[in-house]
Design a protein around this ligand. Structure first.
Ligand code: GMT
Length: 390
């Protein structure tokens, strides 16, 4: 193998969430660039897709011997990481989401007894929620301190990590990205006609329906918008708040205006049908779905929580209001939906920003720079103008 081609182990949550999506997409892009990528996870990452000669999958099997009340997944993962590192002579392990992956990687490094490097990417609630849990915070701090490099998906998450866990070591910023070959405005006019009439607008919310997403606010914003703009609301995804949301929609008499589509694979297709993405989250270290919207030319109206303002420039690529301020969010959405020239300008700004600042080639190259740096190899320069055409 060419010496600047690396052997990379990737661990993530393979079956849910933006962190799993980002980890899997990164692995695929690294494989395309010639690196050998070994996913070490409990099941096949759901976005893995087609076979690629440089991608390998190693399943973590948990020993459920009868004495275990709780079969030790974390230890099985650490052992598997060490085995794969030795067998495949990995250069590094890149783990996504600190809990428990950073500590598993630390154990694996000790077991592998090699010069294996560990890179940990912090994604959000691994710090902002779990980092506040006293039963976990020392373990998370250890995982971070013992990583050879730590990255976070927003400046805000870097700040929170420092504050909550008193971490001094450098943390690299590597924003989330979307693959521009997948996320672009699709021609979905005929599909859209199945959801809305020609004079109606379509608002969209995509999430895992957890309490931090404030799904009730999505419904409240929509109800206010509907008073002024003929429209429908499309929900994509599922999770703990789904049945509560269905009840709320029913109680508010909105059943014939709200569609629950459940989980969907071709998200870019669905987003391209929408006019506005709603993201009123309580916490959001980045908000990958808003970037997916941006890349399809769909502005977001949402909260200014966490890292969202780093992604959405208020007044340029969307509108942001305080957490829970559904009145203002609805005003912004109405303004956007009633003013065609504002909408067009914002949609174009979304496309430009997604392609330039959050371009997959740029972010993949940033991760490669971090890998080469920790391995003590020459670090290639990045030419953003060559890589990312707006
Ligand atoms: O929200 C979570 O706990 C899950 C996590 C995930 O795995 O999707 O979401 C976080 O990571 C995403 C990818 O980096 C970010 O886009 C989300 O903003 C972040 N979620 C929160 O901070 C609530």
């Amino acid at each position: 193998m060419n010496s600047d081609r690396l052997k990379i182990g990737i661990t993530c949550y393979p079956s849910l969430g933006g962190s799993g999506v980002v980890a899997t997409e990164l692995g695929k892009l690294l494989a395309e660039k010639g690196h050998q990528v070994h996913f070490i996870t409990h099941s096949v990452p759901f976005r893995l897709g087609k076979f690629h000669k440089n991608i390998f999958y190693h399943e973590v099997e948990v020993n459920d011997y009868y004495v275990f009340k709780y079969p030790p997944y974390d230890l099985s993962l650490a052992s598997k990481m060490a085995q794969v590192a030795k067998m495949e002579q990995l250069d590094l392990l890149h783990v996504h989401y600190a809990v428990p992956h950073a500590v598993c990687a630390f154990l694996a490094k000790e077991m592998a007894g090699s010069d294996l490097k560990v890179i940990t990417t912090l994604h959000g609630t691994d710090i902002t929620v779990l980092g506040q849990d006293e039963s976990l915070s020392d373990m998370i701090r250890l995982g971070i301190e013992r990583s050879d490099a730590v990255t976070a998906v927003s400046q805000d998450l870097i700040r929170e990590t420092r504050e909550l866990l008193s971490i001094d070591k450098p943390i690299d910023l590597a924003y989330n990205f979307v693959d521009k070959r997948v996320y672009y405005p699709r021609d979905v006019a005929s599909m859209r006609r199945d959801f809305v009439k020609p004079d109606e607008k379509l608002l969209l919310h995509i999430s895992n329906f957890r309490p931090v997403k404030r799904i009730g606010d999505v419904v409240d914003v929509f109800a206010k918008v509907l008073r002024q703009v003929p429209s429908k609301l499309l929900f994509v995804g599922e999770g703990p708040e789904l049945s509560k949301t269905i009840c709320k929609v029913k109680e508010m008499g909105l059943t014939d205006r709200v569609i629950f589509a459940g989980k969907q694979d071709d998200v870019a297709q669905v987003i391209s049908m929408a006019d506005v993405m709603l993201l009123p989250s309580e916490k959001e270290s980045f908000g990958l779905v808003a970037l997916e919207g941006m890349a399809c030319g769909v502005p977001t109206v949402g909260s200014n929580a966490g890292g969202i303002p780093e992604l959405i420039t208020h007044g340029e690529t969307g509108f942001l209001a305080g957490i829970g301020d559904t009145e203002l969010m609805a005003d912004y959405a109405v303004r956007l939906l009633q003013d065609d020239s504002l909408y067009e300008a914002m949609s174009k700004a979304c496309l430009d920003r997604a392609r330039r600042t959050f371009c997959n080639d740029l972010i993949t190259a940033q991760y490669e720079q971090i890998y080469y740096r920790v391995l003590g190899r020459p670090v290639p320069e990045i030419n953003i103008n060559e890589m990312c055409q707006a």
